[in-house]
Structures are given as structure tokens and as C-alpha cells.
Write a protein that binds this ligand. Structure first.
Ligand SMILES: Cc1cc2nc3c(=O)[nH]c(=O)nc-3n(C[C@H](O)[C@H](O)[C@H](O)COP(=O)(O)OP(=O)(O)OC[C@H]3O[C@@H](n4cnc5c(N)ncnc54)[C@H](O)[C@@H]3O)c2cc1C
Length: 504
């Protein structure tokens, strides 16, 4: 059985970033990255649908250690994939990656102060051990997307596909396309397919807030021309972080004014005749993730008559398309179900601590990174209201700080204790989007005070992860020679473990 100091699960943006932070901040530590697929890049390698792109700027979706040099701040999938690969090459991470190792089980032994990580590799179970595990496995299932149950699906004679499983051989030139959905994927796909397709219809049950941003950030490009690269990158990141924070908080404080402003911008693009009901959601801005489009591309395609938006419910699929509840029929050669992702935490792996299962849906997250009761385990999850990597970088830095702190004090275990039973808890993620609601019972919860909160605020997180004391009375530390058994162990296990601790 191979042993490492640290195992990182996942070679997407977060896993590669975590490996770089670990190499730079904990240079003596041995580590491996276990990746279930055969490629680096995660999301940016998996999704291949037409037009795949980021919907936040790459100056904040990029790493804090690697400037984004491309003139486009909103970038396409292949460019982001190349950036992540380049980071892995530049920092010598590639030789540490074990591809096709899909992690099924993590088991912590308090007696040995070790995780056993079991991965599927070519049909075999391969075990590893590690002192620390960082789960960088993203937030959704790779093997399945979410598709609601539609009546009559089997009757449809055309091509039906979920964007997660787009195939390069799908030829949509001159075809009538329906995209079901109104989220980030739908608003990316629709204008991207409009040029080649005969017509694209975006069929939505309910609208989403949409805002257009320039694909290229003129200030960032000017700064890069006139200042050293890393300074220009840092200034641009801070500009964008501050603007996003102001916009998000203003939106939450003044929802009605924001709604009017967003609709006015769309009205300017689509003209006085267009029915803005298609862009007027029932909820307040940022109750659900706001969709960003580059350079008004969706609105331009609507104006050109290549795209239409229909707001209605599906009654049934037919041989030739869809019948809607209002009785209207839509004909299509290709129907794309951009209906969402299936959320999942910790890569779907089973987590056990001294044989006791940790139910992710029951655990409360400490600082939004560690499960209550689970030692030496980080779960990296980005922001839902800002770029993912801003938070992924901070979490990786914090975990390196924790490892160095434990080394300095000869600790072998750091375990967030269970929060007080009286503290109110709420579901993880501050969005009311359907995919969060569907997964509520499976996602960990967050608390309402102290380190149990997860306020989705980068400025607050910088203080909390970079500067706040590691030993805060909530993380419980243990040395190898300690016979103290953490309060969190059930009584029978505690008794058995007393002997193990004494022995170790
Ligand atoms: C289409 C799309 C567009 C997006 N656009 C943006 C955006 O513009 N801005 C933004 O901030 N966020 C965006 N997101 C969210 C996005 O997923 C994150 O920004 C980021 O890519 C997540 O990186 P990650 O490495 O944490 O996870 P992922 O990219 O999901 O990578 C996880 C990796 O872990 C591997 N893995 C999973 N489970 C296991 C396991 N059990 N064992 C071994 N390996 C495992 C996977 O194979 C994968 O390689 C988008 C998401 C999607 C789906």
C-alpha cells in the first residue's frame, strides 16, 4: 500500500491549484493527486458543448499564483483547460497525478492517525494511506446530469441530448434546435448554435436574470500593457473582486432597483416591442445565480431572428418535437436538455471515521471546509456568488497553514468538534436554485455563528483563512502520544480506542 502525507482527490482547477499550493507551502510533504478520469481540467475537460465558456472573469477564476494573460476575460472551455494544464506542467504536478483512480471510500483510523483512501483503478480496488486528504472533486456527478421526467420522451424521433454528454458527431447545421432551460448552459448554447442552426428556440419554464459584460476587460488589458504582469494581474483581480462585492451586496440591499436596471439594459438591446416577460424572473436578483453573457451575444441572436425564447411548460414530447401546456407545438430535429447538474459532495465517496459513517447531509461544515467530526480532511468548494477559484485558493492555503501548524506542534490530528446542538443550522449554499433545493438532504449544513458560518464573502474569508488563529478552541488537536479520546467518538468506540491511543 502506497503512503503519502497528503492525497488530493481531483485534477480540476481546484485539485491542480491545491497541489501547487502544497508544493510551495509545504515543500517537504509527499503527495499524490487521484483523478477518476484520464484528463486534467475537470469541468473544463468534461463539457464539450458548442460555445462552452466561463461566465465569470478569468482574472478571478484564474489562480492567484498564475496570471491570466489572454485578452478575453470571459474565456472558452479549451482555453481554460489549457491554462489549468499549463499550471500543472509549470509547477511539476503532472508526475504526481494518478489518472483513472476513482475514489470510492475514505476511512480514518484514530489509532493510526491515518486515512485509508480506496480508489477504483481498471476494475481493481487500490488502497493508499495519507495523513491528510483534500477533496477537490467539484460539486456535481460526472456520470449523470439532471433531467426531469418528461412525458413521451421515447416518442421523439430526433436527437435528444444532455449538454454534459455532448458528442462531437452531432451536426446541427441547418437543423431546428430546441434548448430546454434558462440557466448558464442554455444561455451559452443558444447564441453559439444560432449561426449554423436553421433556428434555435430556448424553451424555459421560468426566466433567469441575465446581464451582459464585455468579453475583453479593457482596463485589465491596458494594465497588462503598461505594468509588470503580476502587478497588473493583482490589480485587475482586486478591481473585479471589489466590483463583484459591491454589485452583489447592492443587489441584495436594493433588489427592486437592480431588477429595473437589469431589465432596462435588456430593453435597450431588444427594443420597445420585445416582450420582457421572458427576462423577468419571479425571484429577486441573486436569489439564484445571475447569468452573464458576453458582448450581448444572446440579444444579438434574438434581434437577428435566429433565436426565439418561449416561456411555457412541456406537456409531452411528440414524434417531431414538443407539445406545450398552452397547446402550442414546437418542431425540432435536436432537443438539448440544459436542465442542470446533479449536485454531490466529496466526489460521492463514502467517508468513515473509526468505522462510523459521516453522512454529508448531517455534518456541519467548519469554516465551510472541514466536516464536523472528521479529522485532517478538507473539502474544497468555491463561491456561488463569485468566481470559484477565489475560494478554492484560500482553502488550499489554509489547509497548508493547518498542516504546518500541526507539524510545528507535533500534532497528528485536527478534528472540528461537533457544534452545540442548539445552534440553528441551514443548508449549504445561499442560493434558492432548483439544483441546490434538489440536493438539500445530501449537502452538508452550515451554522449561524463563529467558524460554522459560511458567508460567501471573499474579504471576510481572507481574514478567516490567512490571518485568524488556527487553534480557535473548535478544532481539537491530538498528538500521537495523547491518550485523550475526542468527545465526538461514541462510547463503545471510545473505550476501544483508549487502548489504541495508549499503545500508539
Ligand atoms: C458548464 C459550467 C460552467 C461553469 N462556469 C463557471 C464560471 O464561469 N465561474 C465559476 O466560478 N464557476 C463556474 N463553474 C463551476 C465550476 O465547476 C468551477 O468553477 C470549477 O471548474 C470547479 O473546479 P473543481 O476542480 O473544484 O471541480 P471540477 O472541475 O468538477 O473537477 C473535479 C475533478 O475531480 C474528479 N473527481 C470527482 N470525483 C472524484 C472521485 N471520487 N475520485 C477521483 N476523482 C474525482 C473529476 O473527474 C474532476 O476531474 C462552472 C461549472 C460548469 C458545469
Amino acid at each position: 500500500m502506497e503512503s503519502f502525507d497528503v492525497i488530493i482527490v481531483g485534477a480540476g482547477i481546484s485539485g491542480i491549484g491545491a497541489a501547487v499550493h502544497l508544493k510551495r507551502r509545504c515543500p517537504g510533504k509527499t503527495f499524490a493527486v487521484l483523478e477518476g478520469r484520464e484528463a486534467i481540467g475537470g469541468t473544463w475537460d468534461l463539457f464539450r458543448y458548442p460555445g462552452i465558456r466561463s461566465d465569470s472573469d478569468m482574472h478571478t477564476l484564474g489562480y492567484n499564483f498564475k496570471p491570466w494573460k489572454n485578452p478575453n476575460a470571459i474565456a472558452d472551455g479549451p482555453t481554460i483547460r489549457a491554462y489549468v494544464k499549463e499550471a500543472a506542467d509549470e509547477y511539476g504536478i503532472v508526475p504526481h497525478i494518478r489518472f483513472k483512480h476513482f475514489v470510492r471510500r475514505l476511512s480514518w483510523s484514530s489509532a493510526d492517525a491515518l486515512w485509508t483512501v480506496e480508489a477504483d483503478h481498471d476494475g481493481r480496488a487500490v488502497p493508499f494511506t495519507a495523513r491528510y486528504v483534500m477533496m477537490c472533486a467539484g460539486y456535481y456527478r460526472y456520470s449523470a446530469g439532471y433531467t426531469p421526467e418528461f412525458a413521451g420522451v421515447s416518442r421523439f424521433k430526433g436527437t435528444l441530448i444532455h449538454p454534459q454528454f455532448w458528442r462531437e458527431d452531432i451536426d446541427y447545421a441547418g437543423k431546428r434546435v430546441i434548448v430546454i432551460g434558462s440557466g448558464a448552459t442554455a444561455v451559452t448554447l443558444v447564441p453559439a448554435m444560432a449561426d449554423k442552426a436553421a433556428h434555435v428556440t430556448m424553451l424555459q419554464r421560468s426566466p433567469t436574470y441575465i446581464v451582459s459584460l464585455p468579453a475583453a476587460d479593457a482596463i485589465a488589458n491596458w494594465l497588462r500593457k503598461h505594468l509588470p504582469l503580476s502587478l497588473a494581474y493583482r490589480l485587475t483581480r482586486w478591481k473585479n473582486v471589489v466590483l463583484q462585492l459591491i454589485f452583489f451586496n447592492a443587489t441584495r440591499a436594493f433588489p427592486e432597483q437592480t431588477r429595473k436596471r437589469l431589465l432596462k439594459l435588456i430593453r435597450e438591446q431588444l427594443g420597445p416591442e420585445y416582450d420582457l416577460a421572458h427576462f423577468t424572473p419571479r425571484y429577486n436578483p441573486w436569489d439564484e445565480r445571475l447569468c452573464v453573457i458576453p458582448n450581448n451575444d444572446l440579444f444579438a441572436a434574438i434581434k437577428a431572428g435566429k433565436v426565439s425564447i418561449v416561456t411555457d411548460h412541456i406537456d409531452t414530447f411528440t414524434e417531431t418535437g414538443l407539445k406545450l401546456r398552452t397547446g402550442r407545438e414546437l418542431e425540432a430535429d435536436i432537443i438539448i436538455t440544459a436542465t442542470g447538474l446533479e449536485l454531490q459532495f466529496a466526489g460521492g465517496a463514502e467517508v468513515r471515521v473509526d468505522e462510523r459513517p459521516i453522512e454529508t447531509g448531517m455534518a456541519v461544515l467548519y469554516k465551510g471546509i472541514m466536516f464536523s467530526g472528521a479529522p485532517n480532511l478538507a473539502s474544497v468548494f468555491g463561491y456561488t456568488n463569485a468566481s470559484w477559484t477565489l475560494r478554492a485558493d484560500l482553502l488550499a492555503e489554509y489547509f497548508c497553514r493547518l498542516i504546518n501548524f500541526m507539524d510545528a506542534h507535533a500534532y497528528v490530528e485536527a478534528r472540528p468538534k461537533e457544534p452545540e446542538a442548539t445552534m440553528p443550522v441551514k443548508p449549504f449554499g445561499n442560493l434558492k436554485s432548483g439544483y441546490f433545493k434538489r440536493a438539500e438532504g445530501r449537502l452538508p449544513r452550515v451554522g449561524t455563528k463563529g467558524p460554522w458560518r459560511n458567508p460567501q464573502n471573499y474579504a471576510f474569508d481572507i481574514f478567516r483563512f490567512r490571518f485568524a488563529a488556527i487553534d480557535d478552541g473548535i478544532l481539537e488537536f491530538r498528538r500521537a502520544c495523547d491518550s485523550r479520546v475526542p468527545e465526538t467518538l461514541p462510547e463503545a468506540l471510545a473505550e476501544a480506542s483508549q487502548t489504541d491511543y495508549a499503545r500508539s
